[in-house]
Design a protein around this ligand. Structure first.
Ligand SMILES: NC(=O)c1ccc[n+]([C@@H]2O[C@H](COP(=O)([O-])OP(=O)(O)OC[C@H]3O[C@@H](n4cnc5c(N)ncnc54)[C@H](OP(=O)(O)O)[C@@H]3O)[C@@H](O)[C@H]2O)c1
Length: 238
């Protein structure tokens, strides 16, 4: 029977590339994001059949619980959970609006906590269950203009390591993947040429390159509580 993989933030960017790769590798995908049409379009583009789309805001506890209850009832137990839903509202702290601070923390950090919590009971029943959370190199190194985003991503490191300890005895693995600059909607507004000088490999990464690293973490049976940096060497220069 194929493994059931839930990808939050799977409609675009890194999450979509992860969904595509996992579908190619024979998983049954549950793609989750807020925009229903975009989520359906991604599901329709996946290799194979029987994939499903759910519209859900991961920052809303009741929506998350309802969505995961429905996934459990209609699709069965979850093998893999990938938390790629994320937003940024870059601004100097002095100019940051409280509502933007809350939405970044609620989506990036609380959202990941809520989906992990909602998925865990189902994952207890599957062999080789694994979670990959998506952080950011900014969460490790900090960046001016991204205090709140950085804090949300740094929080994921402590959360991931702690959860890995909590569920290791139940054979569920939890790891954090930390991308640098990747070509997605999130980076389209950036002046790419200015950034390239700080990346030792001299280019932005592609979502598919991150997806391969996510797959590696999901499928590596003896890796848990780790942080894998996929950034073309960026953090070496930060
Ligand atoms: N691109 C980079 O350079 C980069 C670097 C470091 C880390 N990251 C991290 O990697 C992850 C993926 O980023 P990306 O670049 O692929 O971004 P993206 O292209 O903007 O995609 C973000 C995805 O998250 C979903 N999403 C956002 N808020 C959500 C919410 N409240 N509930 C459910 N889904 C939500 C979006 O769909 P809807 O809008 O329809 O909900 C979309 O599917 C994020 O956590 C980001 O912080 C990205």
């Amino acid at each position: 029977m194929s493994r059931l993989a839930v990808v939050c933030g799977g409609s675009r960017g890194i999450g979509r590339a992860v969904s595509r790769l996992l579908a190619e590798r024979g998983c049954r995908l549950v793609v989750v994001s807020r925009n229903e049409d975009a989520t359906q379009a991604t599901v329709a583009s996946l290799h194979g059949a029987e994939h499903v789309a759910f519209s859900c805001d991961v920052s809303k506890e009741q929506e998350v619980q309802k969505t995961f209850n429905t996934i459990q009832k209609t699709c069965g137990n979850i093998s893999y959970l990938v938390n790629a839903a994320g937003i940024n509202r870059d601004a100097l702290l002095l100019r940051s609006k409280p509502e933007d601070m809350v939405s970044q923390l609620h989506t990036n950090l609380l959202g990941t906590m809520l989906t992990c919590r909602a998925a865990l009971r189902s994952m207890l029943h599957t062999k080789g269950a694994a979670i990959v959370n998506i952080g950011s190199v900014v969460g490790l190194k900090g960046n001016a203009g991204q205090c709140v985003y950085s804090a949300s991503k740094a929080g994921l490191e402590g959360f991931t390591r702690s959860l890995a300890k909590e569920v290791a005895s139940r054979q569920i693995r939890v790891n954090l993947l930390v991308p640098g600059f990747i070509h997605t909607d999130m980076t389209t507004g950036l002046e790419e040429q200015d950034k390239l000088r700080s990346i030792p490999l001299g280019r932005f990464g592609e979502p598919e390159e991150v997806a391969h690293a996510v797959l590696f973490l999901l499928e590596s049976p003896y890796i848990t509580g780790q942080v894998l940096v996929v950034d073309g060497g960026l953090q070496l220069a930060m």
